[in-house]
Design a protein around this ligand. Sequence first.
Ligand code: 4AZ
Length: 598
Amino acid sequence: MSQHLLLPFVILAISPIPGALQDSALSPTQEEPEDLDCGRPEPSTRIMGGSEAQPGSWPWQVSLHQRGGHICGGSLIAPSWVLSAAHCFVTNGTLEPATEWSVLLGVHSQDGPLDSAHARAVAAILVPDNYSSVELGADLALLRLASPARLGPAVRPICLPRASHRFAHGTACWATGWGDIQEADPLPLPWALQEVELRLLGEAACQCLYSRPGPFNLTFQLLPGMLCAGYPEGRRDTCQGDSGGPLVCEEGGQWFQAGITSFGFGCGRRNRPGVFTAVAPYEAWIREQVMGSEPGPAFPTQSWEPQPGPWEPTDENCTIALPECGKAPRPGTWPWEARVMVPGSRPCHGALVSESWVLAPASCFLDPINSDLLPRDLDNWRVLLPSRPRAELVARFVPHENASWDDTSDLALLQLQTPVNLSTASRPVCLPHPEHYFLPRSRCRLARWGRGEPEPGPSTLLEAELLGGWWCHCLYGRQGESVPPPGDPPHALCPAYQEEEEAGRCWNYSHWSLLCQEEGTWFLAGISDFSSGCLRPRAFYPLQTHGPWISHVTRGAYLEDQLTWDWGPEGEETETQACPPHTEHGGEGLGLRGLWGS
Ligand code: 4AZ
């Protein structure tokens, strides 16, 4: 338990060490001013992968507004002081004027009734001298309020840890905020405060996760004064707009702020946990800034002696998370293959993208004339999944808003009434993030998609190799059809079929999706082969631009990072940037093998 120290006013005023802790049960006398109680929400009164908080459960959470809008989070540490992140207030090396900012206290839903909420102007913003950018640390700021906050059940300060305070690795702590619910996906109305449970990661574990190649091919060096919290598998995380908000951990019935949301690489990505400014190392700096203010923040002593023990392993295992999607026991047996049965029509092939959602072409289910749902009654719809004895029921149908007029968006999501237990027999396919780049020569395969006919041949014929974007464009040009030149993101994915070419056959059959493999993991890379007639190679609409829509609707589809980074000699840089003459005017005899240059 914490110490019960009531220090005389004189000592409090001159000492940089304010009353360490107090028990609210001990009522202050005339001579003994009330020390600041902290870290105790009223008893029972985005974040990515989180959920809505109970109003009043995080009474220290504040919202920092600039020009009328929420920009960052912060935490109340004393009636006149808010702790936040430096990067919220520094643009191009310049500290923004305090007058532009206001602090909203006691707020839950930023759209709802602001009953318990009140705002305060900011008198000063203080940032450590050595702050320059988030990656270099010291990402913290103190805001002095123009007038003290009105403390009450919905507005209470958080306890700060002393420099010697140790938070055990693996401790479950909570981050809160009004930030995005996933990358580039703002919190929807009514903008209710979100909470997410995150585990503290040891330095070694965090550094290890970050040293793996990952999104944007970026890694970074974890520095003293930073801490990581999250999970190797990602999915639960803080995101843009949560910055400056608190990461709090409970100890002995009292909540301490272990971290300040600072940055990360993307949100909720595998092997990329959120990075926080560790608060404890900044005890001295915080005390220095708030010196003389009364009452100042509370730094209760940790209830147990911090000493190395099993709760702080010095050498944590480096456990890199592997994708939980896209693993097929054998190519051709796709554990995500879903068949949607709608009364009165042939089965429609789609793919399981999470525990509860199936992705399929919207055209299977929409009337081509008026884009009405056919038939309207979802009760009789069934989904068959591999190795599941019984058909799944469908709870919801969500077509892409452009599905009826844009072939590249011919997509719909179907929610299953009960989530399936993932196993080797039933598991989702991985989906690419928008910046995913499938390398030329990637090994790919075709999988059934939509209302396909029975398989036209043995599945070995469906093996394919991805062509570079220019080759695809040039080859089509030669054949009098147009496939746009490569772009970022690409407009087409062209797999070429060795076997198909050799057999000299052509299946005038376009109901396929394109699966591409990276390090043994399968991604749904493209949909709806849009090449017509018997042209080769086939061309697919890339799925990657739809990742954000899919994960917005499903809140947990398996969007995975790029797993192969080695562009190799055939990479983007070295690919031909113009069509060689023989592809434009050349004879029909030119086979794909020739184009591959091998
Ligand atoms: C941001 O931009 C931000 N996933 C905050 C936290 C994280 C990423 C970005 C961590 O404010």
